[in-house]
Design a protein around this ligand. Structure first.
Ligand code: SAM
Length: 216
């Protein structure tokens, strides 16, 4: 039975304060973090880890991203209610829930069949209903393009052209790009045919696989 009591809400508020101290300032992002019960994504025995600012294994060699990373990428996406957002790397589904709380229409794609099945069945049970897709998100999701925002939650070797092609005019792509160990967070803004790139700090993601990602 999934329970969200005063103790867990208290831990979430503490996490929010920690994220504010680390520089997250978007009140809507902080409110979303305060709302989504991150401990629902952890097994009972591991609950104490849920509200630490750390990535955590979710099986299949993958991770639920660190709350700071989720907040950072969400803030940089400048989500407006009604935005059509593509998330590449569904994983546990936690980031997708934050995007839903921000008022986005979320399309999320996962390459690992086991995680795809698990998360597609779990998220609706806790009240979140993004659109789930199974496949290689390094090619985007051409059938549903264009998107106002695209978020890549795995480390890419390059910026896949398919993703900038699938951005709507005025759209934003946030993507970590680098080698397998460390990636620079990039934000690409599309205006007409022009792409404007901004660079932020380094992060460490699991690799983006697939045609425009790493080969294994
Ligand atoms: N957003 C996730 C969350 O909130 O839990 C964390 C994602 S985890 C750091 C990265 C995910 O990207 C993994 O689940 C991995 O299987 C997935 N992935 C890797 N390459 C992919 C690809 N080409 N297309 C879609 N998903 C991919």
């Amino acid at each position: 039975m999934l329970e969200d009591n005063y103790k867990q809400r208290g831990l979430r508020n503490k996490l929010v304060k920690m994220l504010e101290k680390k520089g997250i300032s978007d009140a809507r992002v902080l409110a979303a973090i305060a709302k989504v019960p991150r401990h629902f994504f952890f097994e009972n025995a591991l609950l104490e880890h849920a509200y630490q600012d750390k990535a955590f294994p979710i099986g299949e060699g993958q991770t639920i991203s660190q709350p700071y990373t989720v907040a950072f990428q969400s803030e940089k996406l400048e989500i407006r209610p009604g935005d059509k957002v593509l998330e590449i790397g569904t994983g546990s589904g936690y980031q997708a829930c934050i995007l839903v709380e921000l008022g986005a229409r979320v399309y999320t794609i996962e390459y690992n069949r086991v995680l795809f099945e698990q998360t597609k069945s779990f998220l609706p049970q806790i009240g979140y209903n993004p659109y789930f897709f199974y496949g290689d998100g390094s090619k985007g999701l051409p059938a549903k393009a264009p998107f106002n925002k695209i978020i890549v939650t795995a480390g890419a070797p390059v910026i896949p052209k398919a993703l900038t092609d699938q951005l709507a005019d005025g759209g934003i792509l946030i993507i970590p790009v680098g080698d397998r160990e460390s990636q620079r967070m990039l934000r690409i803004r599309k205006t007409g045919d022009k792409l404007q790139k901004e660079e932020f700090a380094n992060f460490a993601f699991v690799p983006l696989l697939g045609e425009q990602g790493w080969k294994s």
